[in-house]
Write a protein that binds this ligand. Structure first.
Ligand SMILES: [Fe+2]
Length: 358
């Protein structure tokens, strides 16, 4: 049957739409990055001494559970994304929060695991103030291998614009998908807690972040299985990350470390128990033979990855800041946008306590 007029007009519309998209894409690329001062900086000569243990008290311990300084404003709107984790918030400026408000932010992040703040001026307040705010939640980790901001090694820069394929290479170049569940820098002795991540340039569609609740992942297990896991410890390693950076001629600012952490940890403020393993950095279970370790970790990674009923997808709009608790969640970038589209984001990663066994 010959195509009808309706079919034909649909084809024309599709052609026009794809031409418009191409044009938008070209315009976006030609424009250059919106925040060139935050482009990733790699200096192979940059070296830092080993990370030292420091005294840590979670500021959320002192927070008012009612959170009047965070959520008390007349314009504040709160929208829970799912029952277990994720809350979208508008009508609050993180940059304007008092010390008490920031403590409440830490508490709310622990309770909801991931907070998505819209319309923030945070990206425009300058590196010093951004660092000062993030320091509320602990000493900021200087990443050993990733791009940082020139003069401000505390920033971890996430950047793609088609000229750099390192993200895919890191995940493995022959994979079906690029989902890579992980908790940030879990190889450190003092692992990160309340973590801030904000977008500077994002694709029109896609480029979101998946999060999974490690608390709910733990809660789903049978009491018998939970009992078996409690008391176990796992090795978390920075070695692969450092080897990858060296092989590409990138910086290794500190020699890679390995830490042993409890497989189930307890949050110092909420007391919740959470699985603490992640495919990105956990390598083996202490005291298990290789096959036993691989078997158990594979089960846990599958369980975490498949639990869509305790996942969220955080989306970005200009001005979005996502705050998450790295002690209670794992996350993965979503690599679903075209290679030549720019995505530029920055993370500040305060380190919290040495994990408390459950
Ligand atoms: Fe990450």
């Amino acid at each position: 049957m010959a195509p009808s007029v309706a079919d034909h007009s649909q084809n024309t519309t599709e052609t026009v739409t794809s031409e418009v998209l191409k044009l938008q894409l070209n315009n976006a690329q030609n424009k250059g990055p919106s925040y060139p001062a935050y482009l990733p900086h790699f200096d192979v000569n940059e070296k830092f001494p080993p990370t030292e243990i420091f005294e840590f008290t979670d500021p959320a311990l002192k927070a008012d559970p009612k959170k009047p300084n965070l959520l008390g404003g007349a314009d504040v709107k709160v929208n829970h994304l799912t029952p277990y984790l994720g809350t979208e918030i508008s009508g609050v400026q993180i940059s304007q929060l008092s010390k008490e408000g920031l403590a409440e932010l830490g508490l709310y992040t622990a309770e909801r695991k991931v907070l998505v703040f819209r319309d923030q001026d945070f990206k425009d307040i300058g590196p010093e103030r951004q660092i000062e705010i993030a320091k509320t939640f602990g000493k900021i980790q200087i990443h050993p291998t990733s791009g940082n901001v020139k003069g401000y090694p505390e920033f971890h820069v996430v950047y793609r614009d088609g000229s750099d394929s390192s993200f895919r290479e890191y995940n493995g170049s022959n994979r079906i998908n690029n989902t890579q569940w992980h908790s940030d820098i879990s190889y450190e002795k003092q692992t990160p807690g309340t973590t801030l991540f904000w977008i500077l340039d994002q694709p029109e569609t896609g480029g979101s972040t998946l999060f999974s609740s490690q608390v709910e992942a733990y809660n789903r297990l049978s009491p018998e299985f939970q009992k078996r896991l409690e008391g176990l410890k796992a090795v978390h390693s920075a070695v692969y990350q450092a080897d990858f950076a060296r092989a590409r001629g990138g910086p290794v600012r500190r020699e890679p470390v390995e830490s042993i952490h409890p497989l189930v940890r307890r949050h110092p403020v909420t007391g919740e128990k959470a699985l603490y393993v992640n495919q990105g950095f956990t390598r083996s279970i202490v005291g298990f033979k290789d096959e036993e370790s691989e078997y158990l970790l594979k089960f846990l990674y599958d369980h975490i990855a498949k639990g869509a009923d305790f996942h969220i997808r955080a989306t970005y709009q200009p001005g979005t800041v996502v705050v998450w608790d790295n002690r209670l969640t794992v996350h993965s970038a979503v690599d679903d946008f075209a290679d030549n589209v720019r995505r530029h984001a920055v993370r500040l990663t305060p380190q919290a306590e040495i994990p408390i066994p459950a």
